[in-house]
Design a protein around this ligand. Sequence first.
Ligand code: ADE
Ligand code: ZN
Length: 346
Amino acid sequence: MTASEALISFAHGLPKAELHLHLEGTLEPELRFALAARNGIPLAQSTVEEVRATYDFTDLTSFLAVYYPAMGVLQTADDFHDLAWAYLRTAASQGVVHTEMFFDPQAHTSRGVPFENVIGGYRRAVVRAQAELGVSAELILCFLRDFSAEHAMSTLMEALPYRAWIVGVGLDSDERDNPPSKFAAVFARARAEGFLLTMHCDIDQPGSIGHIRQVLTEIGVDRIDHGTNIVEDPELVALVTERGLGLTCCPVSNSFVTEQMKSDEIVGLMRAGVAVTVNSDDPAYFGGYVGDNYVALAEQAGLDETDLVRLALNSFAASWLTPARRADYVGQVEQYAAAHGVPLPA
Ligand code: ADE
Ligand code: ZN
């Protein structure tokens, strides 16, 4: 089903939080060329079309094989600022009023870029977004799960002087043979240092269900990234529901790294009362920012405006905002729905 112009415009203007967004996954080919020129880095491709032709992903591993080499153009604090700023402007144009953004410091420090360039540039964009766009933004430091637990722990130590700029920690990259339990000590230390916790439980991974159980029972996370494989185990659905944990789902991304958007799983969980949210993951690679993801899911699953309001309310419920700020954003969503004559979800 194709969405009407009215639904597309409603979806894009709806105030929302984005909670699953990799800053390095917002590197559009145009900016990559500009940064390569600025830093004197030769690239194998010379046109945007040639770059997009390499985006031939069939699973998470084939995506990551393109994603990491592309980051080589990011070197200075200005580069990291420019990347985040470009995302924040686009996000604002698609209704994002609050965002909690992942960054992967080890993908940069492991190639000799100082940690302070990464965090310094990103922080500058965060401050600027509040001042110039009225968008509130937070940073979540993700550890690369295909690196060692020791490397993650030393990255956590490196981050401690910047504690005030980082709201939480996450876990991403290749899940195969890298279960959550590998990082139990790192996450326990992060918790003790006052960080909130989330972890990727990517879609249809070998051991998905066991990994989600570890995340819930051994790690004790505050949110789960993806995680829709819980539908295979009613006990996990019950645990997630009882704890009121948010799932940060990424329908367009799912359709690149698996066969489908997983719309049945996302919408089924939403209707069952789980705080599922819709997000863009790596929009430069999957071709859709967050508003586009709301529209894509609506088209695939036949959602109406009230369903989209539910997803926006969930995005604030699952966010790491203070209760007062969350209530303020919920009020904005309710006002937006009322102004469009859209009934609130039951
Ligand atoms: N890094 C960037 N995007 C990712 C994803 N969807 N899953 C795991 N690691 C990632
Ligand atoms: Zn992700």
